[in-house]
Design a protein around this ligand. Structure first.
Ligand code: ZN
Length: 458
């Protein structure tokens, strides 16, 4: 999946932006060339006439990189392919979900590349490819992703797989100080490869998939092992392989965290500007909308957008006519479900004063008088190191972690290393500086107290 999509597709209340979906009209299969393993008799090659691909297209497919995508939608073919790659030591993997189109995200496509072969597996027809799971969970096989997080969640949610021995090219690029770390930017930077972006927002849950969509999907893993090698080499040169290994180890076991859905409406953009009464309406409207989206398995914004729900919460329409006048109100919903929307508004209006929703207070902790001062000192240690290492400061150590350190005030590097959220490599780079900065702030505080003691409140 592309980074751009992931950022466009928000989390709950699955409030996603609108966009246009591609439509598929023809079903085609791509075949791969004979170069490299697995051998031809292991694989099932559909004949050209069976694919419906023109001779010209066929030639282009087979010639490109000698590794055109092999689309596998039959269990036997998948098993043969997986048998063919059983001894591989490295697999590049990507998944396509459909969170831009559906309420419940799941894996609609699996793309993988070894050093010799690429394939696209269609989980809608083959079911769970257990053989692939065994490879991904095997320690001896390195699994390469670009931005593993979301893929790992889906793989765990849908199949229960726990992928081990991970290499994430996004993380590697960030640890090298590369600011444009999207897959497309990296492939262009290192290999001059320009990724085609036209199917970025395609609906991967639809069938049949077009030739163009399959080729597009295949791009996501085709160059990933080469990219891994290049980034791995550069990490080694800079002495940062250990940093990367630590980050990759932490990715193991990534899974969905169930979030508190009852509070999701408070996170909608614009909710903070509502009165508490309007928030009560919004809560009912979001609950109604998300239930319907779940039933239809359609992305929430495709049912009614967040903006429109906010409009309804503000206007509190009492009848069909006023509801119909709300900006962005979809005609289809108005025709078939106006009474449901009006009932949600009514429920919001009926909430008693003392039960109206409110935003939770900002998180509090023991906040010393000079907390901000300590954070500022830690930040300058971090920024200086980031400059020296040519790293993005947020990659070197995020602000939340600086605040964690400021709260604990470790007196030694040993105490610092008890903070679980800090990586060993971060402590190596920043530990001494952090401890010194904290000690200084302590001294400054003592000195100030001493001054108060002598000059002050007599
Ligand atoms: Zn992808």
């Amino acid at each position: 999946m592309e980074d751009a999509i992931r950022s466009a597709v928000g989390v709950n209340s699955r409030g996603v932006r609108s966009g246009t979906a591609g439509t598929a009209t023809d079903f085609t299969r791509a075949v791969r060339g004979k170069q490299g393993a697995p051998s031809g008799d292991v694989l099932h090659y559909p004949s050209r006439s069976a694919t419906g691909i023109s001779l010209r297209q066929f030639a282009i497919l087979v010639n490109r990189n000698n590794k055109p995508p092999l689309y596998l939608d039959e269990k036997d073919a998948v098993d043969r392919f997986l048998t063919g790659i059983a001894n591989t030591r490295a697999i590049a993997l990507d998944t396509e979900g459909a969170s831009f189109h559906r309420f419940i995200d799941r894996i609609y496509l699996l793309q993988l590349s070894t050093r010799e072969a690429s394939a696209i597996l269609d989980p809608l027809t083959i079911g769970v490819p257990d053989g692939l799971g065994a490879l991904l969970e095997a320690r001896k096989v390195e699994v390469v992703f670009h931005d593993a997080d979301y893929d790992l969640r889906l793989l765990h949610q849908d199949y229960g797989w726990r992928v081990t021995n991970i290499f994430d090219t996004r993380v590697a690029a960030q640890l090298l100080g590369i600011r444009a770390f999207g897959l497309a930017a990296l492939l262009e930077r290192f290999f001059g490869v320009k990724l085609d972006k036209k199917h970025q927002r395609a609906d991967w849950s639809m069938r049949p998939l077009t030739q163009g969509m399959l080729e597009y999907a295949a791009q996501d893993t085709e160059h990933l092992l080469d990219l891994r090698d290049r980034l791995g080499h550069d990490l080694e040169k800079l002495g940062r392989s250990g940093w990367a290994a630590e980050e990759f180890a932490r990715l193991e076991g990534t899974r969905w965290e169930s979030e508190d859905d009852r509070e999701a409406f408070l996170r909608l953009k614009g909710a903070r500007d509502l009165t508490r009464r309007q928030l009560a309406l919004l809560r009912e409207l979001v609950t109604w909308r998300d239930d319907l989206a779940r039933t239809l398995d359609r992305a929430t914004f495709r049912v009614v957008s967040n903006e429109t729900l906010l409009e309804i919460a503000r206007g509190a329409p009492a009848n069909r006519a006023t509801l119909g006048a709300v900006k962005g109100m979809p005609r289809g919903i108005l025709e078939s479900r106006a009474s449901e929307v009006l009932a949600a508004v009514e429920r919001g209006r009926a909430v008693p004063e003392n039960a109206l929703p409110r935003f939770p207070r900002a998180q509090r902790w023991e906040r010393d008088a000079d907390f901000d001062d300590v954070v500022a000192r830690l930040k300058s240690v971090r920024d200086e190191a980031a400059e020296r290492l040519d790293l993005d400061p947020g990659v070197l150590c995020a602000r939340e972690r600086l605040e964690l350190v400021a709260r604990r005030r470790p007196a030694s590097v040993e105490q610092l290393s008890e903070i679980r959220e800090l990586r060993t490599w971060q402590i190596e780079v920043l530990g001494q500086g952090f401890v010194r900065a904290i000690a200084k702030s302590g001294k400054a505080l003592e000195a100030e107290r001493a001054r108060h003691g002598t000059n002050g409140e007599s």
